[in-house]
Design a protein around this ligand. Structure first.
Ligand code: 6PG
Length: 242
């Protein structure tokens, strides 16, 4: 078991996104050079928007052969794909469409109204075909959730399924999410966290007592991969350690 856990702090969201873009391009080119393809699970939410824009900008769009990249969404909200809440919609607008990554290489959760368990089971098939991932990108909630692995939810204890419909009481809704076995099998896992409202969660996950039902992101421990926490100064501001 070799977990290399590293923390990198940048001034602000711009610096954070630039550092993330550099690494993503590096991981992508290494995988493409060695195996001909790169598989990445992307995060939703707001924080990675800037990173996705950057990757689609003139600075990076030619840095990777995007035809060899396949993209899945690590988690999704229980909304149709055209909803402003949809992670796929955000990723599509900021990254997939601008880079011309089409439906042969980008896979969304089929969240059209239906049985949540069946939606997850379909995505599990897809994940299995791409598994394990070269890179899993993650965000962190101020309650220490990551992907849609919320505190005190059933999905935290999943050891076999790769994708589940996770009932989240405080949202009064399902979230669709990859599970820890997917995250922890990746070659690289990268957290992207910005803003002072995340500072306490970052400190608790990294330096607090181990209490994973309360702080699910503590369960991110790649079995044989590297773990990188990319923080801006505000998100790192409650850390005690060096
Ligand atoms: C989602 C996520 C989730 C997110 C965190 C942080 O669908 O919301 O994938 O895990 O990464 O909640 O969200 P922000 O970046 O918006 O703060």
């Amino acid at each position: 078991m070799s977990v290399v856990s590293k923390i990198l702090v940048r001034k602000d969201i711009e610096g954070l996104s630039a550092a993330a873009a550099e690494r993503l391009v590096e991981f992508a080119n290494a995988a493409i050079d060695s195996r001909g393809s790169f598989a990445v699970a992307l995060a939703g939410g707001n924080t990675p928007r800037e990173l996705y824009r950057l990757l689609a900008s003139n600075q990076y769009r030619t840095a990777v052969d995007w035809n060899r990249v396949s993209v899945v969404l690590g988690d999704e909200r229980n909304v149709p794909p055209d909803s402003p809440e949809s992670n796929f919609r955000m990723v599509s607008e900021e990254l997939l469409r601008p880079l011309g990554i089409d439906e042969n290489n980008s896979f969304r959760w089929l969240t059209e109204p239906g049985d949540p368990a069946a939606i997850a089971a379909r995505y599990e098939e897809l994940l299995r075909a791409k598994f394990p991932f070269d890179l899993v990108l993650l965000g962190l909630g101020s309650d220490a959730h990551t992907a849609s692995l919320y505190p005190h939810t059933d999905a935290l204890h999943e050891t076999k399924r790769l994708a589940v419909a996770n009932w989240v009481e405080k949202l009064n809704d399902y979230r669709f999410t990859m599970t820890f076995p997917v995250i922890n099998a990746a070659s690289n896992v990268m957290f992207l966290v910005s803003g002072s409202e995340k500072a306490d969660a970052v400190a608790t996950v990294l330096e607090g007592e181990f209490s994973p039902d309360e702080y699910p992101a503590q369960l991110v421990k790649p079995v044989d991969g590297d773990l990188l926490w990319l923080l801006d100064e505000a998100a790192a501001s409650s850390l005690q350690g060096p």
